[in-house]
Write a protein that binds this ligand. Structure first.
Ligand code: 3SL
Length: 241
C-alpha cells in the first residue's frame, strides 16, 4: 500500500505552500485555543464557532451568543470569557453554542476552513486523535497556529508528536524539513514538556499573567478523548470519536 504523507506547517503564514495537498488538516494551538476548544467539546458544549475578528465576535454577542475573546493572552473587555480551558468546563455551558475569537488559534482554523476535513489537535487529545488519523489513512497536515505569524515551540512539538505517531504506524512518510524538525523537538521534549518549554515565549507571556495552572493543564497529554471537527463553520464533536 502506498504511504500517505504527514507534514507540519509551522505557521498559518506558511499555509499556502501546503494548501490543497492534504485531505485532513489538524489545527494546533496548545497554549491555549485548541486546548480550550477540546475542553469545551469534552464538557458537552454543542458547538464552538471560531471567528477571527473582535468585530465578528461582537456581532454574535449582539445576537445573544455567549462569546469568548482573547487578545495578548487576556480577556477582551466586555466578553464572557477569555481563552482559559477552565472557563469552558462549566456545567452551565453544556448543550450551548458558543463563539470564540483568539489571537492565533481561531485565525488558523479559519485559514484552513476550505480543507476537506479540519480537526482540532492539542496535547490533551493526542492519543485519541492520532489513533483516528491512522485509521482514516489520509494525507495529514498539522497546522501550527504559532504567534502572530511566527514559529512557536509548543505547537511545533505537538505537530511533531502527531507526525511521530503516524510515522510509527508504518503507513506514513514525511518529506519536509519542518516535519523532521518538529519530530526532533518532540523527541527532545516528550519526557518533560513543562521543563522544555520553560523559556518559550508564550509560556513566559502566560506566566506573567499568572496562568501557570492553564499551562500545566494544556501540557499534560491524553486527558481527553474527543475529536473536535469543523462542520459548516462550527466546531462539534466528531460522532464516531
Ligand atoms: O493565540 C491564541 O489563539 C491563544 O491561544 C493565545 S493565549 O494562550 O490565549 O494567550
Amino acid at each position: 500500500m502506498e504511504k500517505k504523507y504527514v507534514e507540519v506547517c509551522f505557521t498559518p503564514d506558511d499555509y499556502d505552500y501546503f494548501k490543497g495537498r492534504f485531505e485532513i488538516v489538524v489545527v494546533i494551538d496548545v497554549l491555549r485555543a485548541t486546548s480550550a476548544i477540546c475542553s469545551a467539546i469534552d464538557n458537552g458544549v454543542k458547538s464552538v464557532i471560531p471567528v477571527s475578528s473582535i468585530e465578528e465576535a461582537h456581532n454574535y454577542q449582539e445576537k445573544g451568543f455567549k462569546v469568548g475573546a482573547e487578545r495578548q493572552g487576556q480577556i477582551v473587555e466586555g466578553f464572557d470569557f477569555g481563552n482559559s480551558p477552565y472557563s469552558y468546563m462549566q456545567p452551565a455551558l453544556r448543550g450551548e453554542e458558543i463563539v470564540l475569537s483568539t489571537t492565533n488559534g481561531t485565525r488558523a482554523i479559519n485559514i484552513a476552513k476550505d480543507a476537506e476535513t479540519v480537526v482540532i489537535g492539542s496535547l490533551l487529545n493526542l492519543e485519541t486523535l492520532t489513533n483516528w488519523l491512522i485509521a482514516r489513512g489520509k494525507n495529514v497536515l498539522c497546522l501550527c497556529s504559532g504567534w502572530k505569524g511566527n514559529f512557536n515551540l509548543e505547537d511545533t512539538i505537538c505537530g511533531g508528536a502527531i507526525a511521530d505517531k503516524l510515522l510509527a504506524s508504518g503507513h506514513y512518510s514525511s518529506h519536509e524539513d519542518s516535519s523532521v524538525g518538529a519530530k526532533y523537538l518532540y523527541c527532545s521534549s516528550r519526557d518533560n514538556y513543562f521543563g522544555f518549554l520553560k523559556s518559550s515565549s508564550h509560556r513566559r507571556r502566560l506566566k506573567k499573567l499568572n496562568l501557570n495552572r492553564d499551562i500545566k493543564y494544556c501540557l499534560t497529554p491524553n486527558q481527553l478523548d474527543v475529536i473536535p471537527i469543523l462542520q459548516n463553520g462550527k466546531i462539534v464533536a466528531l460522532s464516531d470519536s
